[in-house]
Design a protein. Structure first.
Length: 242
């Protein structure tokens, strides 16, 4: 089988599929303050075209797809697309990354479409800081979305946290605590000081080692785990469910 390989000769089996550039949030590290020029609807690949592309990728050895955006849940008929994506021969793992705003009332449909894993972006556990970083007063809705995902039995439910010094570094312990009893997996993502992230500045960047050190001061030495997600380092708090 002819496959896809990276520049180091490693087999590529995973693809991120952005179904829209639209998003209902205006995160400061992602969206320029003056906005962006949206891609016209007629220029975006139709669902049928995306399915055809994934079939071709699957025939070359791709077996995992993560659906992203923008915010994928703003695109019309996304649940039906997810259902069709799960029927592609050779694709055995489809996950979804979302900001969680629409998830409370869509979690059941998404689970019914065959999605078992979900990633939810949440950079703070503080309502006011949430509104500041996203430009939207939607913290409670996202929390309800996470609750719905847990109730529907998504496994795992992952929380993606963009780590920013001076903004949410005082919350890392609280985020890590979510893994203890809820079974949530928390992923701290390093801020990239490029594009809109450049406006936040390099001083806001906090490294993996710093994050690990902060958490270990409260929870003790973290247990390293094997990782199947590229350069990510994976750790577990002793006794944690997630």
């Amino acid at each position: 089988m002819v496959g896809f390989y990276d520049s180091y000769g490693r087999r590529i089996r995973y693809i991120r599929l952005s179904v829209t550039d639209r998003c209902n949030f205006r995160c400061r590290y992602c969206m320029p303050m003056n906005g962006i020029k949206w891609i016209p609807h007629e220029s975006i690949m139709r669902y049928e075209e995306l399915i055809r592309m994934i079939r071709i990728c699957a025939s070359r050895g791709i077996d995992k797809v993560r659906v992203t955006g923008g915010e994928p849940l703003v695109r019309k008929d996304i649940v039906k697309f997810l259902e069709n994506l799960n029927t592609v021969d050779g694709i055995n793992d489809v996950s979804l990354t979302t900001n969680g705003f629409f998830l409370e009332h869509m979690a059941s449909e998404i689970k019914g479409a065959g999605i078992s894993r979900i990633n939810i972006s949440l950079d703070t556990l503080d309502k006011d800081k949430f509104a500041y970083i996203t430009g939207v007063d939607g913290f409670e809705r996202v929390v309800k979305g996470i609750t719905s995902a847990l109730e529907q039995g998504f496994d795992p439910v992952k929380i993606n946290v963009v780590a920013m010094r001076g903004f949410n570094d005082d919350e890392f312990i609280d985020f890590a605590g979510l893994t203890l009893h809820l079974g949530i997996q928390v992923r701290f993502i390093e801020l990239m000081p490029i594009g809109p992230g450049f406006d936040i500045g390099k001083k806001a960047v906090i490294t993996k080692d710093e994050i690990q050190s902060l958490i270990e001061k409260t929870y003790g030495n973290l247990e390293p785990l094997p990782s199947s997600i590229g350069p990510a380092s994976v750790f577990k708090i002793e006794g944690a469910r997630g």
